[in-house]
Design a protein around this ligand. Structure first.
Ligand SMILES: [Zn+2]
Length: 417
């Protein structure tokens, strides 16, 4: 048999390869063997009919927090990955130098791929916030040393810059993060939030290839419209990442940016213990919010595959269906309709399309259903969220005992506005 797996007749969107059309995808030895029309069925050990479905590279989520047990924010990625199509989860600063070994240990236990951004603060996101209030924790030499010893895992630097995180230190933690990123020749991702410092003060410190996350949050909008510092940063080559999260995404700000010709380069969830149960939910839901403001599907898929892979210089084969790439694949039912979706402020827009993940393959192997752990006790859930979790757990337990049932309908088990 030439192929281990053949997905036939799906609409294949592979922005990296410039492909958008009906095609078959063949997998051999965990890698993409061929993408083309009418690949021979008889040459495949397993044939999966993907007609009427959307087939994309496994999604790459540029901003997540997947260090549960070591941080306030962490969630386990696998119970979300198998029903969302996300095969690469970039952990954005959960760990600094002190926690990186423990994060590495956690990552070893995951099925999905987890590249890491090292927090400039050595204590990372152990607590709710405030990790850079003690400047001693923002140790440039220690961070450089830690990255040098962990080049396989660390693909960038993360700094959270807002009043709660930096206290009275203003731009000092950011200046240190820039120093580390430049010394290590890695991109820097900066989280923007409530001033001080203002984004007008912090954005000029970033350069081409650095990333601003929560790019369309409320703080990007001044009284007179978009902060002009955004335009200058965008034109200078700073990458805009959505970073939805629990507070980082406002439709009106995104729409102002689109009107100004500044669409986000990357769409990410900032998925963590406070955004997983809404308002972000998962990456396909977050992608649908970009469709709701009028971005075309191909551009949105690029923002969740090739663009984040390029932004961090992730290993060749990430976020692409190029022949020889690891066969990370996502299969979606694309349902047309009118799907109201909320931002973090409860503003609603209607998505014309909803992506419901039906299968997720990592290196050619189907990710099996997996049951999420209950949320940690410090995460408050509404009664509606608790009911939804109970329903979802029951559904997954059923799947685990009757493996032939497909995961249809799981997404609807979450409460939606
Ligand atoms: Zn985050």
């Amino acid at each position: 048999m030439a192929y281990d797996l053949l997905l036939t007749g799906g609409r294949v969107i592979d922005p990296d390869g410039g492909r958008d059309g009906v095609a078959d995808v063949a997998v051999t030895g965990g890698r993409i063997a061929a993408v083309g029309t009418d690949l021979p069925r008889e040459d495949a050990r397993e044939v999966v009919d993907a007609s009427g479905r959307l087939v994309t590279p496994g999604l790459v989520d540029l901003h997540t927090h997947v260090f549960p047990g070591g941080t306030y924010w962490g969630i386990h990625p696998d119970p979300v990955a198998w029903c969302s199509g996300v095969t690469t989860w970039v952990d954005a600063g959960s760990a600094g130098a002190y926690g990186l070994d423990a994060l590495r240990g956690a990552v070893r236990g995951y099925r999905v791929r987890v590249p890491v951004l090292l927090n400039i603060s050595a204590v990372g996101l152990t607590g709710l916030t405030g990790e850079s209030r003690d400047l001693a924790a923002c140790d440039v030499d220690l961070a450089i040393h830690t990255i040098a010893a962990n080049r396989d895992l660390v693909h960038g630097v993360k700094a959270r810059i807002d009043a709660n995180t930096v206290g009275t230190h203003g731009l000092a933690p950011l200046r240190r993060a820039v120093a580390v990123a430049r010394a290590c020749e890695l991109p820097l991702m900066v989280h923007v939030g409530v001033a001080p410092p203002t984004i007008a003060e912090l954005l000029p410190l970033l350069g081409a290839g650095d990333i601003v996350t929560h790019c369309a949050s409320g703080i990007a909008m001044g009284r007179g419209g978009l902060d002009p510092a955004l335009r200058r940063a965008y034109d200078a080559g700073v990458l805009f990442d959505l970073g939805h999260g629990s507070g980082g995404f406002a439709y009106d700000v995104l729409e102002a940016q689109l009107a100004a010709g500044m669409p986000p380069h990357v769409v990410s969830t900032d998925l963590h213990a406070r955004s997983l149960y809404g308002p972000a939910f998962d990456l396909p839901t977050t992608m649908a919010k970009l469709l709701a403001v009028g971005l075309p599907l191909g551009q949105v898929v690029a923002a969740a595959t090739s663009a984040p892979a390029r932004a961090l210089g992730l290993p060749a084969g990430t976020g692409t269906l190029a022949v020889g790439a690891p066969a990370d694949l996502a299969v979606f039912a694309a349902e047309r309709g009118d799907f109201p979706l909320a931002d973090v402020h409860g503003q609603l827009r209607s998505a014309p399309l909803r992506l419901r993940n039906e299968a997720t393959y990592l290196a050619g192997r189907l990710l099996p259903p997996s049951l999420p752990a209950p949320p940690p006790p410090w995460v408050p859930l509404t009664p509606a969220q608790r009911d939804a979790l109970t329903r979802r757990d029951r559904l997954i337990r059923d799947l685990l005992t009757t493996p032939l049932v497909t995961p249809d309908g799981l997404a609807e088990q979450f409460p939606r506005p």
